[in-house]
Design a protein around this ligand. Structure first.
Ligand SMILES: [Zn+2]
Length: 372
C-alpha cells in the first residue's frame, strides 16, 4: 500500500488566473498547449517550455530536491524563480555557480533571450505584483490569500496581478528553455500564489511536485535563527512560532491539495521518503514528467549522500551554494529539539493533513512519515 505519495492528474479544462485553457496532447504525447493568453514576450517557437514546479511550505527540502533532479540529464535546476527579481536583479546575490547574479553568463543569456536584456525589466513592478499576490503589501496574514489563490476572480485586481505576474514568468521560462537547450526547468518557488499563477501560462508544459514534510519538522526548522539569503552580516531571517508554522503548513498544503482540479499533473512526495529512498523517489518524479531514467543517470546518489556540482540556482536556502558530496540527513532532530508542548500544538493545528500524509494515526507509526 502506498501512503502519502500519489500521482494525480486529469485533462479537464480549467480556469485559473482569469483565463481558460484546454490541455491538448501533441504528437509527443505531452500537454503542449493551453489557451490562456498570457505572455506578451517574443515567441521562441518550437515546443512549449517544459517546467516542473515544486510546491509546498518552507523548510521542506525543496532546494535539495531541485538540485538532485538537476543532476538528471534533460533537467535544469534554477531555484526559486519568483525571487529572481529582487535577489538577482536588485540585490545581486551570489548565484549557485559562485559569482554574483549580474556576472553569471547563464543568467545574462537568459535575460537576453527572455527580455532582450535585463535592462528591459522593471524589477519593482514584479515585486509589487508579488506583494499583491501574497497580500504582504497589505500587511494581511498569508492564509487570507488562500481563497484568492483558488478563485482570483473574487478580487479583480488580484486576478489582473496574477495574469501580469504570469507574463513575466512566461518570458523568464522561455529564456531559460532556450539557454538550457529546452531542458525541463526546475522551479522551486514553492509558494501557492506563484504556482497557481504559472498554471495559467499559455503554451507551457507544466507539472508540479507537491513536496510535504512532517509539520513538526517544518515547525522546528522555522524556530531556528539563520542568516537571510544574501544578507549582510548580522541580518537574520525571522523566526516563526510553532503555532504560526502549523497554521501556515495547513493552508499551504490545502492549496496544493486543490491543484489537481486545474488539470495540472501533481505528484506528491514526502521529504522523509526522499532522503530515505532517494533513487526510488527521484525516478518516480522523473517518470511523472514522461521522461525515463536508468541506474546510470542516478549514479550521483551514493550511500553516503548525493554528489552535486555547482548549479545556477538564483535563490533558495544556503544549501544552493554547496557543492560536492552532500549527506542526506533524516532531519528528525525535531523529536528532541521541539518541546512536547510545541509538538502537541503543531499536531493539533495540522491534524487532518498530518493524518492524510500518514505522519500520525493508524496509517503509520507516529512521525515516521516514510511509508511510501
Ligand atoms: Zn550562475
Amino acid at each position: 500500500m502506498t501512503v502519502g505519495s500519489s500521482t494525480v492528474g486529469c485533462s479537464m479544462a480549467g480556469s485559473i488566473g482569469g483565463g481558460r485553457y484546454t490541455p491538448r496532447r501533441g504528437r509527443t504525447g505531452r500537454l503542449s498547449d493551453r489557451s490562456t493568453d498570457v505572455g506578451s514576450g517574443p515567441s521562441v517557437g518550437g515546443d512549449a517550455p517544459r517546467v516542473l514546479c515544486i510546491g509546498g511550505t518552507g523548510q521542506n527540502g525543496a532546494t535539495l530536491l531541485t538540485r538532485m533532479l538537476g543532476r538528471v540529464p534533460g533537467f535544469v535546476a534554477v531555484g526559486e524563480l519568483g525571487y529572481l527579481w529582487d535577489k538577482g536583479l536588485v540585490e545581486n546575490v551570489e548565484c549557485g555557480c559562485g559569482v554574483p547574479f549580474r556576472e553569471c553568463s547563464f543568467w545574462e543569456r537568459v535575460g537576453a533571450e527572455g527580455f532582450g536584456g535585463w535592462d528591459g525589466v522593471d524589477p519593482q513592478e514584479v515585486l509589487t505584483l508579488r506583494e499583491t499576490l501574497s497580500l504582504r503589501g497589505r500587511r494581511l496574514p498569508g492564509w487570507l490569500s488562500l481563497p484568492l489563490v483558488l478563485e482570483p476572480g473574487l478580487w479583480p485586481q488580484y486576478r489582473r496581478s496574477a495574469q501580469r505576474y504570469a507574463e513575466f514568468m512566461a518570458r523568464l521560462y522561455r529564456g531559460i528553455s532556450r539557454v538550457s537547450g529546452e531542458a525541463i526547468i526546475l522551479d522551486s518557488m514553492k509558494r501557492p500564489y506563484h504556482v497557481y499563477a504559472v498554471v495559467g501560462i499559455r503554451a507551457l508544459d507544466l507539472s508540479v511536485v507537491h513536496l510535504v514534510r512532517d509539520a513538526r519538522g517544518v515547525a522546528f526548522s522555522a524556530t531556528k535563527v539563520v542568516r537571510r539569503q544574501g544578507a549582510i552580516e548580522g541580518e537574520l531571517r525571522l523566526r516563526r512560532s510553532p503555532f504560526r508554522s502549523g497554521i501556515r503548513w495547513m493552508w499551504v498544503n490545502a492549496a496544493f491539495e486543490a491543484l489537481p482540479k486545474t488539470g495540472v499533473p501533481v505528484t506528491r512526495v514526502r521529504y522523509e521518503s526522499l532522503v530515505r529512498n532517494p533513487r526510488e523517489e527521484i525516478a518516480r518524479i522523473v517518470r511523472s514528467t514522461r521522461e525515463r531514467v536508468g541506474d546510470s543517470e542516478l549514479g550521483f546518489i551514493h550511500d553516503e549522500g548525493v554528489d552535486l556540482p555547482p548549479d545556477h540556482l538564483v535563490a533558495g536556502n544556503r544549501m544552493r551554494l554547496l557543492a560536492g558530496l552532500q549527506p542526506l540527513r533524516r532531519e528528525d532532530e525535531w523529536r528532541a529539539g521541539l518541546s512536547s508542548r510545541h509538538q502537541r500544538t503543531v499536531s493539533l493545528v495540522t491534524w487532518p493533513l498530518l493524518r492524510r500524509y500518514a505522519y500520525v494515526g493508524p496509517g503509520g507509526a507516529p512521525g515516521s512519515g516514510d511509508r511510501s
